[in-house]
Design a protein. Structure first.
Lengths: 552, 168, 143
């Protein structure tokens, strides 16, 4: 089995002078600094010999200290449980770097984001359009640079509107968005259709960009960021807060007591149960099966009451702080937790039993939205989306955090590659979560719930943490700084990686299947229910309602 | 204002929900208000698919720069008489990101708001309570609280010493 | 296919009617719920530790040169995280279980307290409570 030291040795022997430094700063996390010209050769070499999985890249502005911009590319060796971070220092006068997207297709959005927010352009990028910032944001103003104050709002420049792709010959355009009737996050999909089949699509998203990473750098202290991290996503908030706290604890070397780890594991699994049942209801609503929406949300409600009792709020539990948790789970509540989750397990099994033989659901969900294994690997998708295509990646096993290394459980994997497979993966995970919670409650040791943080957290330390959210893995990278706040905090939510595969799984499908395909990725809700069809030739418009789409 | 609302909205109101860059927490609580335990549909409230069919607009999230013009268009497309509810701390006052570079900071800076329902996220009961207050079924409960230490000289000239350290 | 539909119908019938009778009957939250902020004016010493820790910056502190410090909790921005309650040295700030906070005016959503303090002779900012011994009579001597 490959170890961190062997990786460092191999790179040093192969690249010698071009490696400026390589060390294992935190256990199983290797940070390697290379010269800019060596970036592409190193990545090609890694792909050939080890084929690690690309996670994210992060651009940091250290101009005031070293006169450079540093870009960190983070990779994961899943079976060896190692993180590898390749860091490149760029001169502040000319911060341009070779794009790695031609080699790793999953780096497409990361490089566009680094260009938008830090100003580091990737040369030879296949699609160098603006991704994150608003249409009227001026060019040349980069929010994540240190000389940009977090609350400065630059004047509007409407001519920077992002150009979307032109429709191919003979196709019509169907715009979806940005506001949908059934929930959610505003996003804009532009579908190019030929008759009923989809030929291509384009996406303009990031309507919800709130400047979270800038808040982490400049305004908030370590303990305050735990609360903002929880509000990155309303459904999987505790995941982000745990991931951030673990990253800081690893960087600073703070020991978290064992009881606190078990409490975090229990809350994480409770969140997984409620999120999967929520998804089941929403997916059923999209295909028009409202009975399942009402029943699965009825089953889910006791979990929310239970979390309210434990933590004080139905979601955004606010239980994490650096070093441990704020509230305990006393022994009096244990029986109630077990009673509630056993009832949920019984009712979920009943629902699975009733739904698994339903041929009308099979007709809608089987062989629809197929994500082939090779495509999934090249775009680096994560979570149940990829576990439904036969690839077994799960951060709880690959990079254990909280108390997961003490708990045995099965990773749910299906090989169908379609929406039905992803549904089965999520339902199996719900049942496994119940087992994990019961195990944790039995084995939870007594002791303190908050570790001692005796001195100020030293600056200049970095660490990565990866947590399995219900949608996939969430990654946080923290570089500690002075004045009781991080210098750089990089967040990657799972939907970021999954949405990039939409053009591939939509091609060749019918218009009526688009809502459920996007919904099967669980993009913190899908909601493409209302569409306007514009006939390019005659200029007539017809609005389809949900019922009409379903009838088609 | 209340009397017009009482006449127009005696029966059920139809709502259109929109998310103006929120984290989705408040949105789930709104959907929760329609599920069997809280069941807003027994009051005749239902979610509609088009703003042109709606009587009320439920807005969540502190409005981002990209969403701002679209929210204004959405507001114009809801026919009169209309109600606007700002749900959650982000919509009421900007929440935890009131001064971020990409956000406007609160729905009432973009469109006029009739009712505020704070909370992070507000319980489904709180959302139902807010709609009931708007319909005139119950009275609102919260009032501004003002407490002062007794037995000391009164504050005559309000001259702040330094600028308030925590900006509004 | 029909058997699946029958099973689904059975699940619905078994569940029956589960709707809570809110708002006709109260639905109190469990103990430990984090709702609206409440301040005990007798215990507050005006240290503004709560304002220092508040993540959304919802607590506004203004010093007046006559010795008054006004601390305003803006509930429009409050996320009910409970850090102010945790950090308060005198246990003056508490989070109650009130959650029915909807209103049509934002001015209803504030809690203002004014504390009389001693001021610094050089910069005139408030820095310590007027009569620390009086405060101790309220909270009691701590072991």
């Amino acid at each position: 089995m490959l170890t961190a030291k062997q990786i460092i040795e191999t790179l040093r022997t192969r690249f010698d002078k071009q490696i400026l430094g390589a060390e294992e700063k935190v256990s199983n996390q290797v940070f390697v600094r290379v010269v800019p010209d060596a970036l592409i050769p190193v990545i090609c070499f890694l792909n050939q010999c080890f084929s690690p999985r690309f996670l994210i890249n992060a651009g940091t502005d250290v101009v005031q200290q070293d006169g450079k911009y540093v870009v960190s590319y983070i990779f994961s060796f899943d079976s060896e449980k190692i993180f590898l971070c390749i860091q490149v220092g760029l001169d502040s006068a000319d911060p341009d770097i070779e794009s790695i997207t031609p080699i790793i297709a999953g780096a497409n959005w990361s490089e566009r984001e680094t260009r938008d927010l830090v100003g580091i352009s990737a040369k030879n990028h296949p699609d160098p359009r603006r991704l994150i910032l608003a249409d009227d944001w001026p060019e040349g103003v980069y929010p994540l640079r240190k000389d940009f104050p977090y609350d400065y709002r630059p004047p509007s420049e409407p001519q920077n509107k992002v150009p979307l792709k032109k429709p191919p010959e003979g196709t019509k355009v169907i715009p979806i968005g940005p506001f949908y009737p059934v929930l959610e996050e505003p996003a804009y999909f532009k579908l190019f259709v030929d008759g009923e089949t989809i030929v291509d699509c384009d996406y303009r998203g990031f309507y919800s960009h709130r400047g979270i990473e800038k808040y982490g750098d400049s305004k908030l202290t370590y303990n305050q960021i735990c609360f903002i991290a929880e509000r990155i996503c309303g459904i999987c908030g505790f995941i982000h807060s745990t991931c951030y706290c673990e990253a800081v604890e690893r960087a600073a070397g703070i020991e978290v007591p064992l009881r606190a780890r078990y409490i975090r594991t229990i809350m994480l699994e409770l969140e997984r149960i409620h999120s999967h049942l929520l998804w089941l209801g929403i997916a059923a609503h999209i295909i028009g099966f409202d009975t399942l929406l009402m029943q699965s949300w009825r089953i889910r409600e006791p979990v929310m009451w239970l979390c309210e009792k434990i933590s004080g709020n139905r979601k955004t539990y606010g239980m994490n702080l650096i070093g441990g948790v704020r509230r305990d789970i006393p022994a009096e509540i244990h029986d109630e937790i077990v009673r509630v989750i056993e009832k949920i397990e019984r009712e979920t099994v009943e629902v699975i039993d009733a739904v698994v033989g339903d041929t009308s659901l099979h007709a809608r969900l089987k062989n629809v939205g197929i994500l082939k294994e090779a495509v999934a690997r090249s775009i680096c998708t994560v979570g149940p989306t990829v576990r439904g295509s036969g690839i077994s990646i799960d951060s709880r096993v690959d990079h254990p955090y909280a108390a997961y290394k003490f708990v045995d459980f099965e990773v749910a994997v299906e090989t169908g590659c379609d929406i039905w497979a992803r549904t089965l993966v999520r339902l199996k995970e719900t049942i496994e979560a119940v087992k994990i919670i019961k195990r944790c409650l039995l084995e939870m040791p007594d002791g303190p719930i908050m570790g001692e943080v005796m001195e100020e957290i030293p600056s200049g330390r970095e660490a990565i943490c990866c947590v399995e959210a219900p949608r996939g893995e969430a990654i946080h990278y923290v570089l500690t700084g002075q004045d009781n706040r991080p210098y750089r905090w990089r967040v990657r939510a799972p939907t970021y990686a999954n949405l990039q595969c939409v053009p591939y799984i939509i091609k060749g499908e019918r218009i009526a299947d688009v809502p459920i395909i996007i919904g099967s990725l669980d993009p913190c809700y899908s909601c493409t229910e209302r569409m306007a069809v514009v006939d390019v030739k005659t200029g007539q418009q017809k609005i389809y309602t949900k019922e009409e789409i379903i009838k088609r | 204002m209340f009397s017009i609302l009482e006449k127009c909205f005696k029966k059920s109101i139809w709502v259109y929900h929109t998310n103006a860059s929120a984290c989705n927490g408040c949105d789930i609580e709104i959907i929760n208000a329609l599920t069997p335990f809280y069941d807003a549909e027994r009051f005749g409230i239902k979610l509609v698919g088009s703003p042109r069919h709606a009587d009320a607009l439920l807005v969540t999230g502190a409005v981002s720069r990209q969403v701002c013009p679209r929210l204004k268009t959405l507001y114009k497309s809801v026919p009169e008489p209309k109600l606007v509810f700002a749900i959650g701390s982000c919509a009421t006052g900007g929440g935890i990101w009131f001064d971020s570079y990409n956000l406007v900071g609160g729905v009432d800076k973009v469109i006029p708001v009739n009712f505020y329902i704070p909370g992070c996220p507000p319980r489904p009961e709180a959302i139902l309570f807010g709609v009931a207050v708007a319909l005139g079924l119950v009275d609102k409960k919260v009032v501004a609280e003002y407490l002062k230490e007794k037995g000391f000289p009164e504050l005559v000239h309000e001259r702040p010493v330094a600028e308030s350290l925590w900006a509004k | 296919m029909f058997i699946s539909k029958l099973k689904q119908a059975l699940i619905c019938l078994k569940a029956g009617r589960v709707t809570l009778a809110y708002p006709y009957k109260p639905s109190p939250p469990p103990e430990g719920f984090r709702g609206k902020v409440k301040v005990d004016i007798d215990k507050c010493i005006g240290c503004a530790g709560c304002a220092n820790v508040c993540p959304p910056g919802a607590i506004e502190v203004t010093d007046f040169d006559e010795g008054w410090r006004r601390i305003q909790f803006h509930l429009t921005r409050c996320i009910s995280c409970g850090r102010c309650e945790e950090v308060c040295p005198e246990e003056a700030v508490k989070l109650t279980d009130e959650f029915e906070l909807s209103t049509n005016t934002k001015e209803d959503l504030t809690v203002t307290i004014e504390v009389y303090m001693d001021t610094c002779q050089r910069c005139t900012r408030c820095f310590k409570p007027k009569h620390p011994l009086d405060k101790m009579m309220v909270t009691g001597f701590r072991q």
